[in-house]
Design a protein around this ligand. Structure first.
Ligand code: RM4
Ligand code: MN
Ligand code: MN
Length: 388
């Protein structure tokens, strides 16, 4: 299990440290990050105490509002706070022009604008040395008959293919899917099959990104994971938990067994093939009630626990039981690993790396939260929180 912990890393989202909310409004937190530098600083804290989050995902519009011109300053922030830039996320959903979509918009001028933004995001990624361009689109429609679904599919495909040709050879394009929201009738990349098709048509370094919150209730996510692994098409994850839809709650807070089952599929693939799955683990959460840094430390600890549990599975025994269809014993083999308390082993691992055994406690003792609360409270109190 120590070996598994040695290779486990998970990326933090810059947007997880800023004031975010629901579509009804935001509850402003006095300690929330108000600048890109503060997001780096807060993410740096999470990495400092957990040791497994060396990279931070960036949303171009929010973190690099001047595009490529901001890349050098962002690079300096990364160095200053002991991090590296992780996945680069273009934002083709917030500007007014994207009201009817971006790459799938019927207006060629808007499609071009979206493409240009993605191309400049690729340039940013190159300058920051980040490998993954992570694409999520809000494209879709709200009412039957209002858009040509097939034409939009072709436009989206064309845009992705064109963007792909600008990637450097070692870069990857990750295509995320989401069944609904903000569009409520059809979404142009609604599920993993559509993302798979777009990724395949773009090129061999385009892969699918699975956001755990982007599925219908009851969907078997680990089966999707197993399929994508088998097809060499799984690029990464956005982890979060949910009870109803894309709730962006703390990973493992509602259904820890779900995350364990996903990790099991990955570990099992690695055991069978003898090679590491090249997957980017990322967190995509927004905490509007919990303290943001604490929530992130809690998430990372949970991720490590569930990964460590999956690493305990005895693959040889399981394979033997599966082939003999010893159902009860096979299931028990899985559940035994899930039921094991791995926290003492994780504490030991942390100490062996010179990290605190209890990252939450270390963070609380550090005085960081009190300091930033003082520094930022006034700025945050001036923030706008209303929905309409
Ligand atoms: C979406 C999706 C994207 C994230 C945005 C902010 O629902 O999960 O990955 O970048 O939200
Ligand atoms: Mn996501
Ligand atoms: Mn989401």
């Amino acid at each position: 299990m120590q070996d598994a912990l040695n290779v486990f890393q998970i990326e933090l989202p810059s947007w997880g440290f800023a004031n975010t909310g629901t579509r009804f409004g935001k509850f402003i937190q006095p300690a929330a990050a108000t600048t890109t530098e503060e997001k780096f600083s807060d993410a740096g804290q999470v990495h400092r105490w957990t040791g497994v989050c060396p990279t931070i995902a960036l949303h171009v519009l929010w973190d690099l509002p001047n595009g490529v011109a901001d890349a050098a300053a962002v690079q300096q922030l990364a160095v200053k706070h002991g991090l590296r830039a992780g996945s680069i996320n273009p934002n083709t959903f917030q500007d007014q022009v994207y009201k009817y979509g971006s790459l799938a918009n019927p207006d060629p001028k808007v499609r071009r604008e979206a493409l240009d933004h993605i191309l400049s995001s690729i340039e940013i990624a190159k300058r920051l040395g980040s490998r993954d361009l992570s694409l999520w689109f809000a494209d879709g429609s709200n009412y039957p008959g209002t858009q040509n679904i097939r034409r939009r599919r072709q436009w989206m495909q064309e845009g992705l293919k064109t963007a792909y040709t600008s990637l450097a050879p070692q870069q990857r394009m990750l295509v995320e899917y989401k069944p609904f929201e903000p569009a409520f009738y059809h979404t142009d990349i609604a599920d993993w099959g559509m993302a798979l098709e777009y990724a395949r048509s773009a090129g061999s370094n385009a892969k699918v990104l699975v956001d755990t919150g982007h599925h219908y209730q009851g969907q078997n996510i680990e089966q999707i994971v197993a399929w994508l692994l088998d097809l060499n098409m799984l690029g990464g994850f956005h982890f979060n938990d949910r009870r109803y839809a894309d709730d962006d709650l703390t990973m493992g807070s509602i259904d820890p067994y779900q995350v364990f089952r996903i990790f099991h599929e990955i570990r099992s693939f690695e055991w069978e093939t003898g090679k590491r799955a090249d997957i980017a683990y990322m967190i995509d959460q927004s905490h509007n009630l919990k303290g943001k840094i604490e929530a992130m430390i809690q998430t990372v600890s949970t991720a490590m626990e569930l990964y460590a549990k999956a690493a305990l599975i005895d693959h040889e025994t399981l394979a033997r039981l599966q082939s003999k269809c010893e159902l009860v014993d096979a299931e028990t083999c899985l559940k035994d690993a899930f039921s094991t308390d791995v926290r003492p082993a994780i504490r030991e691992w942390a100490q062996s790396k010179g990290l605190p055994a209890d990252p939450m406690d270390a963070f609380r003792q550090s005085g960081y939260l009190e300091r930033i609360t003082n520094e930022r409270a006034q700025r945050n109190s001036a923030a706008v929180s209303s929905y309409a």
